[in-house]
Design a binder for this molecule. Structure first.
Ligand SMILES: [Zn+2]
Ligand SMILES: [Zn+2]
Length: 222
């Protein structure tokens, strides 16, 4: 009989959260049922593989599976993945992709494709102000699970005003959120609705106000 194992319940190892003990292997090693926060799957893992000093388990194996999976033929974000081309020096698989918005074909690494891009870099902004922002580097343009072709079709009737302070509609139908507190400017593009843009903006503004110890609602840059 092996000695009583360390209780790992509730502990976190990388993306793995230990839910409960779930028996032993025939050789007596303790088994733990874990939730993988990277992919949402549950998996059973030997305790010593979690606590190992040398290359411990940090997910259910999904990172490896994703890395190996073939993306050919899939549509992810605005990209149609046409074909596998080669593997880069750091082991990332590269694919030839076509952008829904502009039709351009580009070779991109799998990790970039999986980020569900809202454009291949071709997206035009609705005014000179947006252009200057994009030159300054508009942050993260990711829409999780949004219907990109449908959004792109709305381009024709796009207007930049949304009646919501700090939220601007862009030509491609997505929304840009922005705010400014004490000269510190923040903006983020790629929101699929006014509501999500407004929520992000309100949250960021509160953060900045807390940072500068401001009570009153400051004016956004208009
Ligand atoms: Zn996983
Ligand atoms: Zn494009």
């Amino acid at each position: 009989m092996a000695r009583h194992p360390l209780d790992l319940t509730g502990k976190r190892f990388g993306a793995l959260e230990v839910l409960e003990a779930t028996g032993r292997t025939p050789k007596g090693a303790s088994l733990w049922r874990c939730l993988c926060h990277r992919c949402g799957a549950e998996t059973v893992i030997e305790g010593q593989r979690l606590t190992a000093k040398k290359s411990p388990k940090v997910d259910c194996g999904c990172a490896y599976r994703d890395k190996r999976a073939d993306l050919t033929g899939k549509t992810i974000g605005v990209l149609d993945v046409l074909k596998y081309t080669r593997t880069s020096q750091n082991g990332d698989r590269l694919y030839l992709c076509r952008c829904h918005l502009c039709g351009a074909e580009k070779e991109l690494p799998a990790s970039t494709i999986r980020a569900k891009l809202t454009s291949c870099g071709c997206r035009q902004y609705s005014s000179e102000r947006m252009e200057s922002m994009s030159r300054m580097g508009v942050a993260v343009a990711i829409v999780d699970g949004a219907n990109i072709p449908a959004l792109a079709r709305k381009e024709a009737n796009a207007t930049s005003h949304t009646c919501v302070r700090g939220v601007t509609r862009l030509n491609d139908g997505t929304y840009l959120a922005r705010c400014q507190v004490r000269g510190e400017r923040w903006w983020q593009g790629g929101f699929c609705s006014i509501e999500t843009a407004k929520t992000a903006r309100d949250k960021k503004q509160k953060e900045l106000m807390d940072k500068y110890n401001i009570e009153l609602d400051p004016q956004p840059p208009d």
